[in-house]
Structure formats: C-alpha cells, structure tokens
Ligand binder design. Structure first.
Ligand SMILES: [Mg+2]
Length: 121
C-alpha cells in the first residue's frame, strides 16, 4: 500500500502520515504542493494505492493537480482534504474525478475507515 499525501501544511502532512502509520500503513510519499506532487508523480516507479490531496495550495492547487492525475490515472482513489467552506470546490472536484473528500480537522478513526473502505474496493 502506497499513500501519496499532498498538502502545503507540513503539520497536516505529519498528522495524515502518523495516522496512517498508527494503523500499520508505513509507505507514504509526500509533496508540498501540486507542482511538487506532479513532478514526483511523473517520475514514480510504483503504484499508488490512494491519493490524499489538499485543495488550497500554492503553485498548482488541489483541483488542478486532480485534473492532471486523472489524465494519466482514471482508477486510483483520490480523496480531497478540504475545509467546511469549500463546498463549491467539492462539487467541482467530483466532476474532475475525485473519489471523495474529508473535511479538516478530521477524526482519525473516521479517516481510516474511509481510507480502508476505498483501498479494499
Ligand atoms: Mg492548504
């Protein structure tokens, strides 16, 4: 299982990473914004099990990144990390091929439940 975490907040990346780790998921790739993520995604030599993308990021935002990933990968689940105020963006994300979204701040148990439901599909 490889999880690809993209968020411009290092704190949030650490929270996601440690949550995954506490449930036994050790293999994560991190990127600090969409541009960094795309660079890493394009040179990746393994399969990603699930993407976790922040929406609001500098350079390339989460929606733009989502669109780029979907050009090359139509199947891997993509979860958007969002805030309560991003509802319109979430509708757009769905249209662009996002699998679902999780509102920050999130409950760790619920977060893992959603993640596990998606990777077991
Ligand atoms: Mg952000």
């Amino acid at each position: 299982m490889t999880f690809f975490i993209v968020d411009d907040s290092a704190v949030l990346r650490t929270i996601v990473k440690s949550t995954l780790l506490s449930y036994g998921y050790k293999d994560t790739i991190e990127a600090e914004d969409g541009e960094d993520a795309l660079k890493k995604f394009n040179t990746l030599n393994k399969k990603v099990s699930l993407f976790i993308l922040d929406v609001n990021m500098p350079n390339l935002n989460g929606l733009e990144l989502l669109e780029e990933i979907r050009k090359k990968d139509s199947k891997t689940p993509i979860i958007m990390l969002t805030t309560e105020s991003d509802k319109e963006k979430m509708i757009l994300a769905k249209e662009l091929g996002a699998t679902g979204w999780i509102i920050k701040p999130f409950d760790k148990e619920k977060f893992i439940k959603i993640i596990e439901m998606l990777i077991k599909k």
